[in-house]
Design a protein around this ligand. Structure first.
Ligand SMILES: NC(=O)c1ccc[n+]([C@@H]2O[C@H](COP(=O)([O-])OP(=O)(O)OC[C@H]3O[C@@H](n4cnc5c(N)ncnc54)[C@H](OP(=O)(O)O)[C@@H]3O)[C@@H](O)[C@H]2O)c1
Length: 345
């Protein structure tokens, strides 16, 4: 395919939270599918917070390390527009990890460490749900609530970043299991949206009376904490955990710009005191390891109308830098944040 395409490259390593000026839009030739490769046209791009792990000058965790000037990587849903591979035909819609560019020529065997691009059936569900409820975030919400936190009916579950992709799903799954669910989010609109999703109570961590709101929402403390953020929100929740409470550590967005040592006072002594005195069970987990069961379960609940999955769509690759930065610095988005790059067909 001749012509040029847009792509977004890393212009500067992130200092703290990413900024839109850390990225640059470029126009480059459309790549060609080589031997054994397929050419993918990007339809949808997900701006998952985990991409932040790749943007430190010195790699901290085991994430992929982006180089300056390199096109950004990211989870995508794409259409096959040329194929030199027997397993893929023109017109197939697939979910994989390519990046912030309009076309990608990839070897299906090596493009994504999780395996070859997953073919999607547009008749079963809107294809972009493969980046949210019916993909890795759905696996994560289910694995955290069902396997890691082992939520039981009648328990009180607190969820941070509850209006985000994983949090909004985790809360609804906990409700299906019979728990009382309290969501924490930033701002009154997001808190109202949580109640619309069926959460029993919501708490605004940006409000001056955050701690009082938390007390009011947790008159009998909490048995489970599904943590997406860390930071001050987590320190406040931990003080309200009941003896023997379980904490599923899904993410720690508040610290993603901090490296291994935060700038503030050392709060580890208080943290350990709470773990010991309350006999807390704290466990990290990787949702991606959860296999197909969560996706099947969530698909069934969505079909039965028991799970609603909100999506926020921003249009065009050029919108990606600002939208991605807003994940860390505040936004009004409820549910899955997606970039619509192109229409299928
Ligand atoms: N363990 C795993 O396998 C796994 C898999 C997927 C994701 N994760 C992690 O799970 C977390 C949620 O992912 P997601 O895809 O649901 O994210 P998301 O949809 O992008 O939502 C992120 C939300 O986090 C909130 N937030 C950001 N900084 C915050 C801070 N300093 N304090 C409190 N809240 C903050 C913001 O909402 P507000 O406006 O409410 O602040 C933001 O919209 C992330 O940490 C992600 O890395 C882990």
């Amino acid at each position: 395919m001749a012509g040029t395409m847009k792509q977004v490259v890393l212009a500067a390593y992130a200092q703290g939270n990413p900024k839109s000026s850390d990225f640059r839009l470029e126009e480059v030739p459309v790549p060609q599918a080589g031997e054994g490769q397929i050419l993918l046209r990007t339809l949808w791009l997900a701006l998952d917070p985990l991409i932040r792990f790749s943007l430190d000058e010195k790699l901290i965790s085991g994430a992929r390390h982006m180089q300056i000037g390199e096109p950004m990587f990211g989870p995508t849903v794409s259409e096959v527009v040329a194929s030199n591979h027997p397993d893929y035909a023109v017109g197939d819609i697939v979910e994989t990890r390519t990046g912030w560019y309009e076309y990608a020529a990839v070897d299906p065997e090596t493009v994504d460490y999780r395996g070859p691009p997953r073919k999607l059936d547009p008749e079963l569900a809107p294809v972009q749900t493969a980046l949210g409820a019916l993909g890795m975030p759905g696996q994560t919400a289910y694995a955290g609530i069902v396997d890691t936190a082992r939520v039981q009916a009648g328990e009180t579950v607190v969820i941070s970043a509850a209006a985000g992709t994983v949090g909004s799903l985790a809360g609804q799954i906990a409700k299906i299991l019979g728990a009382r669910v309290v969501g924490i989010a930033g701002g009154p609109e997001k808190c109202a949206a949580l109640l619309d999703l069926g959460f029993d109570a919501s708490v605004d961590y940006k409000a001056d009376d955050f701690e009082a709101q938390l007390d009011a929402a947790l008159p009998e403390g909490a048995d489970v904490y599904f943590d997406n953020v860390g930071g001050d929100v987590t320190l406040a929740v931990m003080e309200r955990l009941n003896r023997g409470a379980r904490m599923a550590v899904c993410g720690f967005t508040a610290y993603y710009g901090d490296g291994m040592e935060g700038p503030g006072p050392n709060k580890l002594p208080g943290f350990f005191r709470l773990i010991n005195s309350r006999q807390l069970e704290i466990k990290g987990f990787a949702g991606i390891m959860a296999g197909p069961e969560p996706i099947e379960a969530i698909a069934g609940w969505m079909k039965a109308g028991r799970i609603t999955f909100p999506e926020v769509v921003v249009e065009g690759l050029e919108a990606a830098p600002e939208a991605f930065s807003s994940v860390f610095s505040g936004n009004s988005f409820v549910g899955k944040l997606l970039v619509k790059v192109a229409e299928a067909g």
